[in-house]
Write a protein that binds this ligand. Structure first.
Ligand code: SAM
Length: 252
């Protein structure tokens, strides 16, 4: 729950944006959770009559007015839609979780840059054996609140790379960010890449194991990509790969 950056184009949109898990529409009443009410009333000092922007990931953004303001529960009513629902392109981010703060960063940036799904992957050299999915999801929500998005990418539970590759969905290209391409001159791999459903795979600090490399290289839905002549940290690589894909094939 964060302030939205102000801009002229968003002047009529309320400054405070909140994600809610309730339907939104003209005249629709909305009750906030205790945590959201505390933020709005206790932290942001809003009261009865204040306007707030609400979004739920499906119905666009709505201006809502606070009808009842209490820290333990807050009731609002939706007035008018201030932005249509805008979903990102069908791009998934598969990444091997790294240290906590850097993993948080990856999820936050993936939500801001515009991915449709965030998929933490356990690979042979992944350090983390478990993740706090709920905490990562909260980071995605906060990033969407901050950047004016109306969509929040779902964050999956940790699943092994092997299982992902065995159950890969038809028609989706997997762009494998392969650090071995950094040793010189390889094309990005995005040149001439097909539009349509896609996923990006980013490895852990230790990179991909020899077995994983052999398997990935042989799969028909995998396309190897380079992120340039230097080896990037995994968090940098995730941001760079999403940016490249968005600029070539996405909605930028
Ligand atoms: N330990 C590995 C090594 O020394 O070769 C480096 C792993 S790198 C820190 C983490 C991940 O970022 C890689 O597995 C890969 O997915 C991605 N990556 C980093 N630099 C890259 C590059 N230049 N091209 C493609 N992918 C890259």
């Amino acid at each position: 729950m964060t302030d939205q950056p102000t801009s002229l184009t968003q002047a009529i949109r309320p400054k405070i944006r909140l994600y809610v898990e309730q339907p939104l529409g003209a005249g629709q009443p909305v009750s906030l959770s205790q945590e959201a009410a505390h933020y709005l009333i206790g932290v942001m000092r809003q009261g009865t009559g204040s306007a707030v922007a609400l979004f739920n990931g499906n119905d666009g953004e709505w201006r809502a007015t606070i009808l009842k303001a209490a820290r333990r529960g807050c009731e609002l009513i939706c007035d008018e839609q201030t932005a249509p629902q805008q979903n990102p392109p069908d791009l998934w981010l598969l990444f091997a979780p790294i240290k906590k703060a850097r993993t948080d960063f990856i999820v936050e940036k993936a939500a801001e840059l515009g991915v449709a799904r965030v998929c933490p992957v356990q690979s042979d050299f992944t350090n983390a054996e478990r993740i706090r999915r709920d905490r990562l999801q909260a980071h995605a929500v906060e990033a969407a609140e901050q950047c004016g998005a109306t969509f929040v990418p779902p964050v999956d539970n940790l699943q092994s790379l092997s299982r992902w590759l065995s159950d890969w969905p038809d028609g989706r290209v997997l762009f494998w960010a392969d650090e071995s391409t950094a040793d010189g001159g390889a094309a990005s791999g995005l040149d001439g890449a097909p539009p349509g459903p896609a996923a990006i795979l980013i490895g852990p600090e230790g990179g991909f194991s020899p077995d994983e490399r052999t398997r990935l290289a042989a799969l028909p839905f995998v396309r190897r990509i380079s992120l340039g002549p230097r080896i990037l940290r995994a968090d940098t690589a995730a941001v760079a790969a999403i940016t490249l894909w968005q600029a070539r094939l996405g909605d930028w």
